[in-house]
Design a protein around this ligand. Sequence first.
Ligand code: NAP
Length: 251
Amino acid sequence: MTGTSEKVAVVTGGSRGIGRAVALLLAERGYAVCLSYVSDAGAAEAVVSAIEAKGGRAVAVRSDVGVETDVLALFEAADRLGPVTALVNNAGVVDVACRVADVTAARLQRMMTTNVVGSFLCAREAVRRMSTKHGGKGGAIVNLSSVAARLGGPGQYVDYAASKGAIDTFTVGLAREVAAEGIRVNAVSPGIIDTEIHASGGQPDRVARMGPDQPMGRAGTAEEVAAPIVWLLSDEAAYTTAANIDIAGGR
Ligand code: NAP
């Protein structure tokens, strides 16, 4: 891959689920996309191939968002595509159902390191590149929160919900910190979306079980989350910052 693009987006966890849908839509809208993954290289390369088949530019980088050196390498790969103008802090994990009384330190470390520390580290790298204070030309960041932040995840994953509560506060704080430096920071809070994350939390039937009980009578799709994310990154959302949009079918 040679040359640089005007619009470059970093999408963490862009190999599957919501991140994949975001990467594909961003490419359609003319962004060069640098996407990360941790374990499934085949899925990541398939997204790159799909983008390239339509004439777009993309690169996949194995990069654990919770490992600082990996994050630095991810952004160095993005720099090779052109100046980074967009970041989607999408990578996130759940865990199997567990009451707080039974939680382990190792589980908490993994959850907070991936969902919270990872988002901070990626945002730091993005701000260093985008901020007019650092010689950048501005940009936009979207963080993936969850309706779990307000529901609390009792009996299931209070730790996950709390990690998303941290993302909500992070979004407001960072948005106001860099608002005058050309960077907008927003969050989206999906409800039940049909991806493989539920299986990774030991509940492969969660969408089928809970979808019909949602106000709209169904779960959402990854594409239905990707569209508002891509809008938040666009100039159409030029005066929107520190916002948090529920994408939860009324939940
Ligand atoms: P998913 O289908 O499980 O996909 C997760 C993606 O993140 C994969 O590309 C995975 O890569 C990557 N990933 C996992 N750990 C990573 C790490 N440490 N560093 C870098 N990448 C990592 O998840 P999803 O359902 O699309 O969820 C995406 C985001 O939306 C998450 O933040 C999640 O909390 C949030 N969300 C989802 C829902 C929902 O119902 N699906 C609802 C609310 C919020 P590999 O393939 O290599 O593992």
